[in-house]
Design a protein around this ligand. Structure first.
Ligand code: GDP
Ligand code: ZN
Length: 403
């Protein structure tokens, strides 16, 4: 006998599918008929008491047994974990079946659940229910998604803080303060003669404190966005100033080809680093200069396109060569490109090969053009200045609170 479909009870594989098999995978049921559906699929290994045909789960107690298909064939050996309403993720009755992690096992158990009356859950539907049932607010639900897709520990920590309701608590507190202030002001409109006069200093003080809280929340949100989206940083500069060496020293990988022949790094090469938890993609570009060599020209165009699409541009020059006419021309061209596309991409000037010319004057570099947010001295050979460069990248993108 096929049971009635219940749109209210959903099922899905909630662990990852399609990758290499893990030891364990989970099929989750949620809804008012979760227990009923589970009891059609799950048979406990212990002997049921006399007359008990259906499984009677005890909330939050793990039970060992078997998953069965409609013909009562054993399709997996599982652990059932009942979490009855409201003590569950969705606040509904939830039963999780811990199966073997093979996709075939998981799909078979899921199919058994669907045949037993559950509906296949939409992506995110468990979290949607958690939200609709008041278990999570919107920011918390959003952060569940962020935590699952986090690519760095710092991003995971930020998402976790969001789930635990730090932001929601702040919004609630600010809302209460607003209401209190409003009440005080409105009361003066109606009962002015019966109340002590408003102290404007105190009022303004409280407003300022609230503004400060909002400002900080906005900055945190900027940082959170960067944790999720990451930054793209493009290194440009004349051939041989040390762009590839810089990328190598920075990423300590050997993904870039370093060479002494001018103009050989024709393609854009990328490396990934993290700065204070923010994932940063470094792009090393072909030496930017006027060229007639067709292949090199493609590289030059690519490097300019990469620069225009990035979050930060690092223009590298060589301390050994000083501030050259070519450097100035390149800076002017980048500036012109940025202006014509109305982009405000911050540019950092990196004076590399500082080991070759330790006593150069920083002020002399780019003395005749004002487009650089910061100047940093580095040596790709010794690694000197890389930390300062990382700081500079964050400083030009993130507000001062975070470093
Ligand atoms: P790119 O064309 O700008 O990518 O420059 P490369 O990274 O290929 O470097 C060109 C040459 O400069 C190579 O011989 C590097 O070893 C050398 N070089 C790069 N950075 C430094 C540095 O900081 N100090 C010294 N002394 N040499 C460097
Ligand atoms: Zn290079």
């Amino acid at each position: 006998s096929s049971p009635e479909k219940d749109d209210g009870t959903i099922a899905a594989i909630v662990t990852s599918v399609g990758g290499p098999s893990a030891a364990v995978g989970i099929v989750r049921l949620s809804g008012s008929l979760a227990v009923e559906v589970a009891s059609r699929v799950f048979r406990p290994a212990r002997k049921p008491s006399e007359g008990d045909c259906l499984w009677k789960p005890r909330s939050h107690f793990v039970e060992y047994g078997f998953a069965l298909d409609r013909q009562d064939n054993v399709i997996d050996e599982v652990l059932a974990i009942p979490m009855l309403a409201p003590r569950s993720y969705t606040k509904e009755d939830v039963v999780e079946l811990q199966c073997h992690g093979n996709d075939l096992c998981l799909r078979r158990v899921l199919r058994a659940c669907l045949e037993a009356g559950a509906k296949l859950a939409e992506p995110g539907e468990f979290t949607l229910r958690a939200f609709l049932n008041g278990r999570l607010d919107l920011t918390q639900a959003e952060n569940v998604g962020k935590l699952i897709s986090s690519k760095s520990l710092a991003a995971a920590d930020a998402a976790l803080a969001g789930i635990q309701g730090g932001f929601s608590a702040l919004v609630k507190a600010l809302r209460m303060q607003c209401i209190e202030l409003l009440a005080e002001i409105e009361a003066r409109l109606d009962f002015d003669d019966e109340l002590p006069p408003l102290d404007l200093d105190i009022l303004v003080g409280r407003l300022n404190a609230m503004c400060q809280d909002v400002q900080e929340a906005l900055e945190t949100s900027d940082y959170d966005k960067l944790l999720q989206s990451g930054l793209q940083v493009t290194i440009i500069g004349r051939p041989n100033v040390g762009k590839s060496s810089l990328l190598n020293a920075w990423s300590k990988s050997n993904r870039a080809i370093i060479t002494e022949i001018a103009g050989t790094t024709r393609d854009v090469i990328e490396a990934n680093v993290t700065i204070e938890g923010i994932p940063v993609t470094l792009l090393d570009t072909a030496g930017v200069r006027e060229t007639n060599d067709a292949i090199e020209k493609i590289g030059v165009e690519r490097s300019e396109a990469a620069a225009m699409g990035s979050d930060v541009i690092i223009m590298t020059v060589s301390a050994a060569d000083g501030w050259t006419d070519d450097d100035k021309r390149l800076a002017e061209r980048i500036n012109m490109n940025l202006r014509s596309t109305c982009s405000a991409i911050p540019i950092i000037l990196v004076i590399n090969k500082i080991d070759c010319a330790p006593s150069i004057s920083m002020a002399h570099f780019a003395h005749d053009i004002d487009i650089f947010k910061k100047k940093v001295q580095t040596s790709a050979v010794s690694g000197e200045g890389i930390l300062e460069l990382e700081k500079a990248v964050l400083e030009v993108r993130v507000s001062s609170r975070f470093h």
